[in-house]
Design a protein around this ligand. Structure first.
Ligand code: CMP
Length: 140
């Protein structure tokens, strides 16, 4: 089914200058960028985005990392977009990520892991709305 998912290129990958290489992977897999912006997250925005992880031991390190530099936030649209994007990203820990995935190729650690992608269709809708008003998402 046609789906939308939220993708974030994290500060480590923005600093590595691989935004374009990552976008190319989305496009080659048939995912369309239907909304996009570069953004320096505030602490409050990062904490709110990752609120489900608030009680996890890695929460404060995750928030500090996510505000350490600008991120690229995009909505990807395509057939089976949520799972397709997760397949492109690879495992959360780059040590476990399959060869050829974004995290295997660009991530350095479980914290600096290059990209975020929504983990379910339900969360995708919540995460897209967190960053983009409906008028800033361009169906195409
Ligand atoms: P992400 O998909 O953005 O969702 C939460 C992030 O927390 C995750 O990617 C990792 O970068 C980070 N993280 C750090 N430690 C862990 C852990 N033990 N388990 C899951 N995520 C972790």
């Amino acid at each position: 089914a046609l789906e939308r998912t939220l993708s974030i290129i994290k500060p480590d990958a923005v600093a590595k200058n691989v935004i374009g290489e990552i976008y190319t992977r989305f496009e080659k897999a048939g995912l369309k960028v239907v909304a996009s912006k570069m953004k320096q997250l505030s602490k409050q925005e990062a904490e709110g985005f990752y609120a489900v992880h608030r009680e996890r031991p890695f929460f404060s390190a995750l928030v500090e990392f996510m505000i350490s530099g600008p991120v690229m936030v995009q909505v990807l649209e395509g057939d089976n977009a949520v799972l397709k994007n997760r397949d492109l990203m690879g495992a959360t820990n780059p040590k476990d990520a399959a060869p050829g995935t974004i995290r295997a190729d660009f991530a350095d650690s479980i914290d600096a892991n290059a990209v975020h992608g929504s983990d379910s269709l339900e969360n995708a809708a919540i995460e897209v709305a967190y960053f983009f008003p409906a008028t800033d998402v361009y169906a195409r």
